[in-house]
Design a protein. Structure first.
Length: 573
């Protein structure tokens, strides 16, 4: 005990007590980390069981959404799917996108889809089997017939390269679904009918000085031709493997277009063929046919339908020559779609970067106001809160939630797709440990800002004890649901437990909107009522905050320990 200048005793915390406080708070962080790890391990275990069970566990009703006459699933096929049977008759096949789609997160998790193919190997439809993503976003996908049918009539190779518009209001979810489908079907297509690679000798038929030819890493129909010292000479557009299924009279024919450095076609070469002679010979020897695409660019060919191409065919070999021309146009279309997709991805990536930059900027502004004397300037704080609600809330919809934390615990953190949200999370989780302030709830949460802006003239002067005790049970119960549901694989929508998805109003469900409205109304009478009594996310962030009583056990520690025990029991069940 020491004395103050006024002679009053001042209690000085001993180093052992400080150390004990640090260790106790470290134990709290570790406790939450263990619960998250259990969720992750349980999710991995469930995926392993799902993969082992495969499509045997898919209800036939899901299959009937794609094949109405289906009665059962048959044998496993080479692509990892199963045959669809109508009685004893095969009518197609189905496969699911998990586990290949597992790494591709939407807002909070990946989605497992069922893809149906007819007997010709063309897509007949897409259905969602299950999803770890936000339920309301997934529902927008389920209701969008255009998106679910966008891949129809394409073969597996085309699906992997398909350019499909994202669903408005569920961009991240739809993009993740497409990424998952592409991962499941996106193996670089290889031609079984024409397995031999193009050689330098082939290239020299159009480029006499060629010394090397290399296949494009992303477009298997495109080959780059170079001369000595790697000097580019032009390129070759092959109709294989894109057009291996396009048959003339008897079978497919290999052909390629030579393009100069300006990207314009200079000639057409017909190669190996499954066609009968002399039909293919007529095509090879026809000088007019060899020049039908001359002067056109790859992009122009990619936008040309065969029906509009004006190709009438070679006399005596009409079907063969038209099949060659149609196949080359199809190959050009595939590459054009690929380039368009890459351009779209670059634009979307740019939009995501801008969105993340805005979120990071708002986070930095919030920290500047919240951790400095600027928070005492009412006009500045109020203006910032309005921006927070409008931009971080309704525009970006970047709010932390239990749905997000559980999704990330199960499936990983989307470092590239949601960098702004990751930075917001880092500020919310890390800073309270070191600054002793719950900066997210006080300065970065749009829903918290909305409550702070509410008038206080209806504030209850006296709070009945029964009301306080009743309200105090809400957050522990919600946290128990959050912990138990993923560990027991219950089909509980986390977004229905909190109001934050209401800010993504296009995808918001009735429950989350109701919670948002009721919470705001309650906060008119109990200031910050939702934050104090109803927010499980705020409870977790508050638990991470160091404060004056962090060196002693509290009621929150008892609740957290109970949740850990509950999590272990569910995991070991």
């Amino acid at each position: 005990m020491a004395a103050s200048p006024a002679g009053r005793p001042v209690r000085i915390a001993s180093r052992p007590r400080k150390l004990a406080g640090v260790l106790l708070h470290a134990a709290r962080i570790g406790l939450l980390a263990v619960i998250l790890l259990l969720m992750h391990w349980q999710h991995v275990r469930a995926l392993t069981a799902q993969r082992a069970a495969g499509l045997e566990t898919v209800p036939i009703s899901n299959v009937q959404a794609l094949f109405p006459t289906a009665t059962a699933l048959g044998e496993i096929e080479s692509h990892g799917g199963r045959t669809v049977l109508a009685g004893e008759k095969p009518i197609g096949s189905v496969l699911q996108t998990f586990p290949e789609a597992q790494p591709f997160l939407g807002f909070s998790g990946p989605t497992n889809c069922l893809i149906g193919f007819d007997e010709q190997g063309l897509v007949v439809g897409l259905a969602i089997l299950s999803s770890r993503d936000t339920r309301d976003h997934v529902e927008l996908i389920r209701k969008d017939a255009r998106f679910l049918s966008a891949l129809n009539r394409r073969n597996a190779g085309d699906v992997a390269q398909a350019d499909v518009d994202a669903v408005t209001g569920a961009t991240l979810t739809s993009l993740a679904i497409l990424q998952g489908i592409q991962a499941r079907l996106g193996k670089q297509p290889e031609s079984l009918k024409f397995p031999d690679a193009y050689t330098v000798e082939d290239a020299r038929r159009l480029f006499p000085t060629a010394t090397a030819v290399a296949r494009d890493a992303q477009a298997p129909e495109l080959w780059q031709v170079t001369g000595e010292k790697g000097v580019p000479l032009g390129s070759l557009l092959s109709n294989s493997p894109a057009a291996d299924q396009i048959v003339g009279y008897q079978g497919p024919t290999r052909a390629f277009l030579g393009m100069n450095l300006e990207g314009k076609v200079v000639s057409l070469i017909v190669g190996a063929s499954y066609e009968n002679e002399p039909y293919v010979g007529y095509v090879r020897d026809d000088a007019w046919f060899a020049e039908i695409f001359n002067g056109r660019t790859l992009e122009e060919l990619g936008k040309t339908r065969f029906e509009d191409s004006g190709v009438e065919g070679v006399s005596g070999a009409t079907m063969t020559s038209q099949a060659v021309a149609e196949g080359l146009l199809l190959a050009a279309q595939k590459i054009t779609e690929l380039r368009s997709k890459q351009q779209q991805e670059r634009q979307q990536s740019q939009a995501v970067r801008w969105k993340s930059a805005v979120t990071i900027g708002i986070v930095l502004a919030g920290l500047l106001i919240g951790l400095t004397p600027l928070r005492g300037r009412t006009w500045l704080r109020r203006g910032y809160q309005l921006v927070l609600i409008a931009v971080l809330g309704f525009w970006n919809a970047d709010l932390l939630s239990m749905a997000m934390f559980v999704g990330w615990a199960q499936s990983g953190i989307p470092w590239t797709n949601a960098l702004g949200l990751v930075c917001l999370t880092a500020a919310a989780v890390v800073l309270p440990i070191f600054t002793k302030q719950n900066v997210y709830c006080d300065h970065l949460c749009p829903h918290g800002a909305a409550q702070q802006l509410l008038p206080r003239k209806w504030k209850l002067q006296r709070r009945p004890q029964w009301l306080v005790k009743s309200l105090s049970t809400i957050r522990p119960v919600l946290l128990a649901i959050v912990v138990v549901s993923p560990l027991l694989q219950w089909n509980v929508s986390m977004v229905d437990l909190e109001p934050f998805d209401a800010y993504a109003w296009r995808a918001a469900g009735v429950a989350t909107i109701a919670i948002a409205v009721i919470g705001l109304i309650a906060s008119l009478f109990l200031p910050m009522g939702y934050c104090h009594y109803g927010c499980p996310t705020g409870a977790v962030l508050g638990y991470l905050r160091r404060h004056a009583r962090s060196d002693r056990l509290t009621r929150s520690d008892a609740i957290a320990a109970s949740l850990l025990i509950l999590a272990i029991i569910c995991f070991l069940r």
